[in-house]
Design a protein around this ligand. Structure first.
Ligand code: TRP
Length: 454
């Protein structure tokens, strides 16, 4: 059998994993959540969730992946053969596929807005709400852009781990970080931006309700790519000398920094244009921002053009590296379980995603009236089931699996690279993963389902 692929360097490992984590969740969802949940106080709680829940869960996925060097489904089969834990492996693969289908739709929007920004259309939009809904409800265009983005992702995945994922992450992530730095500076230098800074930096604890806490936990999960088999699959390509705790820390740090920086890009810009509200919801980057670009830069249109192009390029890069990490777990599963070629496995995943993604995309247009469950459209259903059901369920199972089922010595061995690294934080990690994570995630889940009215 062919030797299994792995990442070629530690930098590649960190950039690929950070590429998975940094995505629409950071640049699109995080600012939206901050805006609707009251600013700085939300950010503080968010950071607490990343440290106490996110990092331990990420470390657990790394342990499972690197120890087995297998795709997620086979990893659980190897660690707990013949037990119900195997279910989690399949859930990871399935959820990745599920997320890919609707994530691609929004990724397609970012490509469309990038193209429109480049051609100067974004600067000429007269009513951005109408522009957005005209585009998303069109039966052809959003599907076309979605397919283009999926093909870009396909192109990377078919090249494999080192030549595809690692190489493109090494190219895209530094570019992404550079764009962020430039945009933050631009945004700060806009007149009136200090109000946006205050919104982000001055916590108002009266805004904190249990709902805000639960939103912060959900966001931390989504943003760190936890519980889907993504990180587990990437970790199966880690080299034996990769330091798992340190990698998790670096990835969480990069992810959180990018999220907060995105806030620093968006809010000072939004506040400098007093006519738009910071709590505009999901339309913030597609509807509110085009207005901001126009109003703020009406005197220097070329700057507005540059800002818009860089911003949507940033969104696209972020979306693409995350899509790669959701495509790969499914591809790796097909490839290894059914002994397929990488080319064929990638094709199957891509094709199936195009078909189901089209349904999700059309649910903003011709299929808007098709409700498949509880009044939800295809898109809403995919979003709801994966982010609000599979994600917390997967998180609890992973926490219980590493905390209670896996042999403690094996976990310690993996985290210390067989005794060559120090293990001071090990007891803290075990405590968090055994007790805190399952309880806290259980709380999110029950609350999301509305089982208790917190
Ligand atoms: N973390 C990515 C983001 O912030 C999205 C993502 C990629 C994801 N892989 C995931 C979310 C796995 C949940 C689970 O956009």
């Amino acid at each position: 059998m062919e030797k299994r692929a792995n990442f070629g360097s530690k930098l590649g490992i960190i950039l690929a994993s950070a590429g998975s984590a940094v995505g629409l969740g950071n640049v699109w969802r995080f600012p939206t959540e901050v805006g609707t949940n009251g600013g700085a106080a939300f950010i503080l709680i968010y950071v607490g969730c990343v440290v106490l829940l996110g990092i331990p869960l990420m470390v657990s996925e790394f342990v499972i992946g690197r120890h087995t060097h297998k795709n997620t489904a086979d990893a659980y089969r190897q660690l707990a053969p013949g037990t119900p834990w195997v279910f989690q492996g399949y859930l990871g693969v399935f959820t990745s596929w599920f997320i890919l289908c609707y994530y691609s739709v929004v990724a397609g929007w970012t490509l469309k807005y990038l193209v429109s920004a480049v051609t100067g259309q974004v600067a000429a939009i007269s009513d951005s709400t109408v522009y957005f809904s005209d585009f998303t409800s069109n039966p052809w265009m959003p599907v076309l852009y979605m397919v283009l983005v999926i093909l870009m992702c396909h192109w990377v995945i078919v090249r494999g781990v080192q030549e595809g994922i690692e190489k493109s992450s090494k190219l895209m992530m530094p570019l992404l970080l550079m764009i962020i730095a430039v945009l933050v500076i631009c945004s700060f230098s806009m007149p009136g931006s200090s109000e946006g800074m205050t919104f982000l930096l001055k916590p108002d604890f009266s805004k904190i309700t249990s709902d805000v806490v639960l939103s912060a936990m959900g966001q931390a999960f989504f943003s760190l790519s936890i519980a889907m088999g993504c990180l587990c699959t990437y970790a199966s390509y880690f080299t034996d000398d990769a330091k798992l705790m340190k990698t998790a820390g670096s990835v969480a740090l990069i992810d959180t920094t990018v999220a907060i920086m995105s806030g620093f890009i968006i809010f000072p810009a939004v506040f400098s244009v007093a006519e738009v509200a910071p709590d505009a919801g999901p339309g913030l980057v597609f509807i509110t921002l085009p207005n901001v670009f126009q109003i703020a830069f009406s005197h220097v249109p070329w700057l507005g053009w540059a800002f818009a192009v860089m911003f949507y390029l940033l969104l696209l890069l972020a979306a693409l590296t995350s899509m790669m990490s959701i495509h790969e777990p499914v591809t790796a599963f097909l490839l290894e379980r059914f002994s397929m070629s990488r080319r064929n496995a990638t094709r199957i995943v891509t094709l199936s995603c195009v078909v189901v993604g089209t349904l999700c995309s059309l649910s903003f247009g011709p299929l808007a009236d098709v409700r498949i469950l509880f009044g939800m459209t295809f898109f809403d259903f995919f979003d709801f089931v994966s982010a609000k059901v599979f994600l917390p369920v997967g998180g609890i199972i992973i926490a219980l699996f590493t905390g209670w089922k896996l042999e403690r010595k094996m976990v310690l061995d993996e985290l210390t690279n067989h005794g060559t690294l120090r293990s001071r934080l090990f007891p803290v990690y075990i405590f968090l993963i055994k007790w805190i994570a399952p309880l806290a995630i259980g709380l999110i889940f029950l609350n999301e389902l509305g089982l208790f009215a917190l």
